[in-house]
Design a protein around this ligand. Structure first.
Ligand code: SIN
Length: 530
């Protein structure tokens, strides 16, 4: 059995930042399903929202975040994350990350981008590949640490907790079972400090801007361990995913609208003006709903993002990745509008934690998209998530170091039992169920919801979960099977949370309860298996 002082599951901005800090105090394992860089972070285009300019202030950033969050943000958490941001950014820069700068009246300063819901330019970026640059910087630094073992192609199966082993008096985290994808064996890893940094769950929907790894693993594992899960009804749909039959999950950054891009319908009309005075740069919930309405009204399949009034030189320099990718699909964005549709993008809820990432189970931390700290409320302000990942990882590392227990409390951990093991020769069942979940979530639990559709989704998901449980216990575990089981669990959590909220707020919009009801629902939705 392997043993580490800290085990981090996930290798995006939050997980790697935690690992780098924790490595100064003990041994660290970073467990990741594919390669280290296969993360949501690496796909982030926009950047990191942070107050760095004299024209901006913490107060304005806090206000914009609270406004986007539609009454559900935890203001103290928002203040902490916003005000501690600049120090964490400085650390990233010290590791060698160079944010874009521009020349202003003879001196160089940060080139700040703008995105929906921000009253000021405050998004630090590296062209349109900010996440990739951050990921590379952190992975490079991780490679220099002798205390850290990066375990690629390993997938966490389940947390080992005191309650599961029958020590119910004081439940706590004791370790984790991990599938070694090369050997097919499930290994037992002991640690009393486990950090879930597994990112989001975009793959629960048919259309998403997320990479294939985003299957809600952390939330599902925490749920099975009896941990509190919060606000899962608030799934953010990004308004502008490239619409092309061969383009899978390609995001057109909101920064394109920040630089003047205008959304137009099939008649060429700047339709957003009809929905919000902020036009194409209104917060995402409003823009995604407006696009959904335009598409339904016109019977067309997409709307268009038009940035052709900017010069080709500017477009190619500011958005090289988006420009080249569109070009590969035959779209020259400097000459023609880009066809776009909304797609599932970000999970605003997750494992309920405090501002130090501590979850409701002793010894368990959740950081980054997998967590619900209270920063995002009912709708995340664009580019606040990388900031949250950095700040909360730092705080979580400090908390985890402070509260370590040491090995004298160790109890024996049982090896993984595979039960009635068979090889999965029924892959077709897995793929069928996977497709069914993603389609039903898209059709019934999307941008606009109704009670009836949610109830229908709930009934179908219960059946699917029953089926999955049956072959989960019969078959040898595989990544496909584990991901399917997690997706089904997370889909059910989204539906159950949405059914609890009989109002419309932020990203949760239902035709049956179209108004906001502050009297009854101005609080987080919290679900727990226990
Ligand atoms: C984008 O570039 O539009 C995505 C930024 C974000 O989701 O925060």
């Amino acid at each position: 059995m392997k043993e580490y002082d800290f085990v981090v599951i996930g290798s995006g901005i939050a997980g790697l930042s935690f690992a780098l800090k924790a490595a100064k105090h003990g041994s660290v394992a970073v467990i990741t399903k594919r390669k280290g860089s296969d993360t949501n972070t690496a796909w982030a285009q926009g950047g990191i929202a942070c107050v760095t300019s004299d024209e901006d202030s913490f107060e304005l950033h806090v206000r914009d975040t609270l406004e986007a969050g539609a009454g559900l943000c935890d203001e103290a958490v928002v203040r902490t994350i916003v005000t501690e941001g600049p120090e964490r950014i400085r650390e990233l820069v010290e590791l060698g990350l160079q944010f874009d700068e521009r020349e202003i009246s003879g001196h160089r300063e940060l080139d700040l981008g703008k995105e929906g819901g921000h009253s000021k330019r405050r998004v630090l970026h590296v062209q349109d590949v900010t996440g990739k640059e951050i990921e590379n910087t952190l992975l490079r630094e991780l490679g220099r640490q002798s205390h850290v073992e990066l375990m690629e192609n390993h997938m966490a199966v389940d947390l080992i907790t005191a309650a599961k082993l029958g020590f119910a008096a004081e439940d706590r985290c004791l370790g984790v079972y991990v599938l070694n994808e090369k050997t097919g064996e499930v290994e037992t890893i002991r640690s009393d400090r486990i950090v879930l940094a597994t990112g989001g769950c975009g793959k629960v929907y048919l259309y998403t801007t997320n990479p294939d790894v985003a299957t809600g693993d952390g939330v599902a594992m925490a749920w099975r361990a009896g941990v509190e899960i919060s606000n899962m009804e608030f799934i953010q749909f990004h308004p502008t995913c490239l619409f092309h039959p061969l383009a899978k999950s390609f995001l057109i950054s909101e920064a394109v609208r920040g630089e003047g891009g205008i959304l137009r319908n099939n008649r060429g009309e700047d339709f957003m003006k009809r929905y919000d005075v902020r036009g194409s740069l209104a917060p995402r919930d409003i823009v995604a709903r407006a696009i959904d309405a335009e598409i339904k009204r016109s019977g067309t399949k997409c709307v268009f993002l038009d940035v052709t009034h900017r010069s080709p030189e500017f477009i190619q320099e500011r958005f090289p990745h988006i420009y080249q990718t569109c070009l590969r699909f035959g779209i020259d964005m400097s000459k023609q509008a880009i066809p776009v549709v909304p797609a599932a993008h970000y999970q605003c809820g997750g494992i309920k934690t405090d501002v130090n990432g501590a979850a409701s189970l002793q010894g368990l931390y959740a950081i980054g998209e997998v967590a619900c700290t209270g920063l995002h409320g009912a709708n995340r302000l664009a580019s606040n998530s990388l900031l949250e990942g950095l700040v909360v990882a730092h705080r979580a590392a400090a908390a985890a170091v402070r509260t370590r227990r040491g090995s004298k409390h160790n109890v024996p951990l049982p090896e993984w039992k595979s039960g009635n093991v068979q090889d999965v020769d029924e892959l077709v069942v897995i793929y069928h169920n996977w497709d069914e979940i993603r389609r039903l979530m898209w059709d019934y639990v999307g941008i606009v919801r109704t009670d009836k559709r949610l109830q229908r989704a709930s009934a179908r998901l219960r059946n699917l979960q029953r089926e999955i449980r049956e072959f989960y216990w019969n078959f040898k575990v595989s990544v496909d099977l584990l991901e399917l089981r997690n997706l089904a669990a997370v889909a059910a959590l989204i539906v159950d949370s949405a059914l609890c909220r009989k109002e419309s707020r932020g990203l949760h919009y239902t035709l049956d309860h179209p108004g906001r009801d502050d009297r009854q629902f101005k609080s987080a939705t919290v679900l727990s298996r226990d």
